[in-house]
Design a protein around this ligand. Structure first.
Ligand SMILES: [Zn+2]
Length: 142
């Protein structure tokens, strides 16, 4: 999964939820990256980004990957792995359990193969008939 895909599939709210963080109706919450008394972490669901307005905070602005990186205190690579897992969980929930279209495709495929076999058999029978006819034909030249 590419970073772009992860960012498309994983919303900032899902990341917050994963960490048990709940923004208020103004999309603000107590910043988990510095001792915060008034909600100074602003969430932007439209752009999937966050921004801490406190001057005492080093979080600044960032996206879902950076949020995970800050929260886990890990490398960007580890944050990406974590984000992929989170995005993957969402994908599993979002997709329907049995891939109906694939089953249908397999059915069509096997039907096509069946037709092809019948056709080959027919060709073989015809060839066989011609050979037999030729062998037993009274006017066949020796
Ligand atoms: Zn902060």
């Amino acid at each position: 999964m590419e970073i772009r895909d992860i960012k498309q599939q994983l919303t900032i709210n899902e990341v917050l939820q994963h960490y048990g963080l709940q923004p208020d109706k103004n999309h603000r919450l107590l910043c988990p990256f510095h001792p915060d008394k008034t909600p100074s972490l602003q969430i932007y669901p439209k752009t999937n980004t966050f921004c801490c307005f406190s001057s005492n905070c080093t979080a600044g602005t960032g996206d879902v990957i950076q949020f995970i990186q800050l929260k886990e205190n890990c490398s960007k690579h580890e944050a990406l792995v974590k984000a992929t897992a989170l995005a993957g969980d969402n994908a599993v929930i979002a997709s329907p359990p049995p891939p109906a279209s694939k089953l249908l495709l397999n059915k069509v495929k096997s039907r096509k193969v069946g037709k092809r076999i019948t056709w080959i058999k027919l060709q073989y029978c015809q060839k066989f008939l011609v050979t037999i006819r030729a062998a037993f034909h009274p006017l066949k030249k020796q």
